[in-house]
Design a protein around this ligand. Sequence first.
Ligand code: KG4
Ligand code: ZN
Length: 347
Amino acid sequence: MAEPLVLGIESSCDETGVGIVRGNDLLANEVASSVEQHVRFGGVVPEVASRAHLEAMVPTLQRACAEADVDLADLDGIAVTAGPGLMGALVVGLASAKALAAWLNKPLYGVNHLAGHVAVDLLDHGDLPTPCVALLVSGGHTSLLLVNDIATDIVEIGATIDDAAGEAYDKVARLLDLPYPGGPVIDQAAQDGDPTAIRFPRGLTAKHDLERHRFDFSFSGLKTAVARWVETRRRDGLGVPVNDVAASFQEAVADVLTAKAVDAAQHHGVQHMLIGGGVAANSRLRTLLEERTSAAGIELRRPRPALCTDNGAMIAALGVQVVKADRPPSSFDISADSGLPVSRILV
Ligand code: KG4
Ligand code: ZN
């Protein structure tokens, strides 16, 4: 049987993404970002993001179709992010996907954004060996997932109890007067800093926390510790060594994420690990996780950084898996769900 051909639409936050995938082959991946419109606010403004999706959707679709050079009549389905994400942003993608599916008379698949961050790795490394532990680190979510089957069975085994890792990057960047989004700029600043300069706290790693929160994360204490440290330096009239703060903060984040991910894989007897989400593009996280998984005899899969941040290809890749698993398409009545749990892969 020919591999399924799926078009995927992503609009959960500030990226309008359209991807076209056949099997595990990436044919097109077009992304229009509204990030510049949010910079002066220091974070995504939902209303601004929704309007930007509305303007970018049709041109992005046209670019992806031209790039893939496929006949839309040959599509096996239209996949779209149904959640989680910003409500007003999600509905733009969902309405577009419904219109396209109705016009082309194709099945509609409303899928989970977080599962898409996992599925995108198939485009780089082929079919996923399961079970697999996925470390999902984005601007809105930070969790450890046990992936038993990418199309049907994902279990959350741990999650952040406060801020997401990406959110912590964005907040610390603001403290250091660095622009939004904070991840890439802190990653860059950290290259010239000393990661051992300041010992910042590792959330939920103390013995009494591990009893209840072994696989959970907390980054709000770390963010506060960085804020206090920076404030004290400024109050005392001392300069703030931005590169050292960035490197030390980044080390604290990478240390706790990798330690808990490896512990989760070992606890569940799992040989394979994968990272996904915007923060998975982080250079230190990628290196440290490679070191620690390799020392533990765990096989690590890391999608190329450009596929870690939000895009349409990840939704198309997940759509292909859902079609291959023969799951029934979504109804045209589905609505966006801003709090869709990761265990609901298809709505
Ligand atoms: O997955 P994503 O594109 O959107 C969400 O689903 O949230 O993730 C965006 C997040 C932002 O917080 C951004 O600062 C962070 O990913 N990020 C990074 C890097 N690139 C993006 N964080 C650390 N290092 C990076 N290189
Ligand atoms: Zn995302």
